[in-house]
Design a protein around this ligand. Sequence first.
Ligand code: GTP
Length: 359
Amino acid sequence: MTSEVEVDAVVLVGGQGTRLRPLTLSAPKPMLPTAGTPYLSHLFSRIRAAGIRHVVLGTSYRAEVFEEYFGDGSAHGLEIEYVVEEEPLDTGGAIRNVYDRLRADHAIVFNGDILSGADLHAQLRTHLDSGADVTLHLQRVADPSRFGSVPTDENGRVTAFLEKTPNPPTDQINAGCYVFRRPVIETIPAGRRVSVERETFPGLLENGAHLQGFVDSSYWLDVGTPEAFVRGSADLVRGIAPTSALAGPTGDFLVLDAASVFTGAKLAGGTTIGARAVVREGATVSGSVVFDDAVIGPDAIVENSVLGRGAQVGEGAVLRGVVLGDGASVGARCELLDGVRIWPGVSVPDGGIRFSSDA
Ligand code: GTP
């Protein structure tokens, strides 16, 4: 990419990640371990593979955590700069807020919580060939009614931004990755909250700007909910989602350093077992993300769940579609189902308690 044209990368990582609470109480969403490494490492590997080196992170919530981990980016072959918003400026405001750090004529902006296999070269090529002001990655999805949709004309030009509707006229949705001509970023109002999706793009369209669609149907997942987070991590482990930042070979599970998996325990479905975590005999862990130092007792069943750092699951307990915060514990023979979330440090006592968020 850089052999043809220089481009900066901007990654928006300032959101509070409310849908992923309580996991995001201790770590911002892009720093949650996904297949053994912060989610952001996977995006950085993709940016690096596209030949881009200069990355500006727009941070707000828990801003310091990013720089502590990634530093100047050299370990990832990148040059990373950090810009902190005192008050969160929302997506458009965050893009405007990094304007002074941009060096190239074009910037490619990523939402920091999307796993995607779309071809960045092809998106940039579309942008340059069409001479667009902004080129949006539009993802074709099976059920577009869950999203706002973005129709395009026969030349691929965006014609509208439509709200969610039961019968959208197109299966193309805004996939959260945009190439901007740099001067367009300067037109976003500075110093206040601006939503790029709800204010900037519709406003540009109304004023006659050229917004081009780059339509793609490769792997794409917004990892903003617990269900999507476990699926994204499992897809990375199994090699279904693209990355070159995996902490081990792809396969049915990933066990990190110094974890203990007892004989007779079963791991499946792209599960990750964190460093020093313990899975006792007879336990089954499937499609789940187990953070460092968590302990799963004998004969427990953990499916499609996230266990926070140091969380504990008692003997024979059953967890399906559950989030345990850091240090939370679930007693022996409890049954937790369907979206139950236990806050950090909270203990559910032993003894056959059954919780379901649907109940
Ligand atoms: P939820 O609270 O669960 O909706 O998550 P979120 O706060 O991350 O919001 P959302 O998923 O809509 O955000 C999309 C992307 O924009 C994410 O990568 C966020 O980190 C980022 N983002 C959202 N709001 C801001 C903001 O005010 N400033 C910055 N810098 N980034 C933001």
